[in-house]
Design a protein around this ligand. Structure first.
Ligand SMILES: [Fe+2]
Length: 267
């Protein structure tokens, strides 16, 4: 039997919570080291590193001024230009959950409808496929998790060099709620045979060295304050305003997000 579940995306961690897999844990170390928005209110799961969901655009085809916000992706100006992976994928459901929190359900649904109306093609493939399609000009803009872009930035393959050269990265919503952030996270399993050790392991993940190591492994940002990056490509992207919505909201709004995507045909 397992002691700890480590996985990516707040939506998945929330699903595990809904299945009753976690137990709440009391830890002074986690409470002190992790920022409040990386801890769920009843301490069942936590975020240990962060990824951004960004906008990638084709430099030759799209004016970056037109795509500074998630909301812009629904503007008729971008008709036939938007590419994303499937709406049933957890990354998009979690982004939608954040938008529901910030904009309210009505506006969030209008947004989803607008995005679907702007599709260059029916959703297919993963985030890297969207970046490649933007580079190739099949799409003008795409939504992608940041680490997929960083992976391409680090690649020495000629086609990846070309993809990076042809595209730009935008941190969405810098003038409002900040760029949507998601996490790699973990919680202690309800039936953990080694409960005390499991808690100590999660506490260890908040140490400076573990934060740098854990975050770098997937080209993500440490969540503990003042922990240095050890990742030149990620560092080169610079600083930006991150959304500090509590990760529990990304879970709580999943059912509403799914209903909206179903209604607007975002498959
Ligand atoms: Fe991923």
């Amino acid at each position: 039997p397992a002691d700890v579940l480590v996985t990516v995306d707040a939506g998945r961690l929330w699903r595990a919570e809904q299945m009753g897999l976690f137990q709440p844990i009391e830890s002074k170390v986690l409470a002190e080291r992790l920022p409040a928005h990386m801890r769920t209110p009843d301490n069942q799961w936590f975020g240990f590193s962060a990824r951004a969901r960004v906008i990638i655009y084709n430099k030759a085809a799209v004016n970056p001024a037109d795509v500074q916000n998630y909301e812009d992706l629904a503007h008729p100006k971008l008709k036939g230009k938007v590419c994303t992976r499937s709406g049933s994928h957890i990354y998009n459901l979690s982004l939608m959950s954040a938008l529901i929190e910030h904009l309210g359900e009505t506006k969030a649904e209008q947004w989803a409808k607008g995005v679907v109306a702007n599709f260059a093609r029916a959703p297919k493939g993963g985030d890297t496929d969207q970046i490649r399609a933007v580079a190739a000009g099949e799409c003008g803009v795409a939504i992608s998790n940041s680490y997929y872009y960083v992976r391409l930035m680090k690649s020495t393959k000629p086609e990846d060099r070309k993809a990076i050269a042809a595209t730009g990265l935008i941190w969405p919503n810098q003038k409002s709620f900040g760029t949507h952030m998601n996490v790699s996270g973990a919680g202690v399993i309800k039936t953990a045979p080694n409960r005390a050790a499991a808690i100590r392991f999660l506490e260890y993940l908040t140490s400076d060295s573990a934060q740098t190591y854990f975050a770098s492994g997937n080209n993500e940002w440490p969540v503990v304050k003042n922990v240095p990056l050890d990742n030149k490509a990620l560092e080169s992207l610079g600083k930006f305003k991150m959304d500090t919505l509590n990760i529990s909201a990304l879970g709580r709004n999943q059912p509403a997000a799914q209903k909206i995507f179903d209604r607007v045909g975002y498959k």
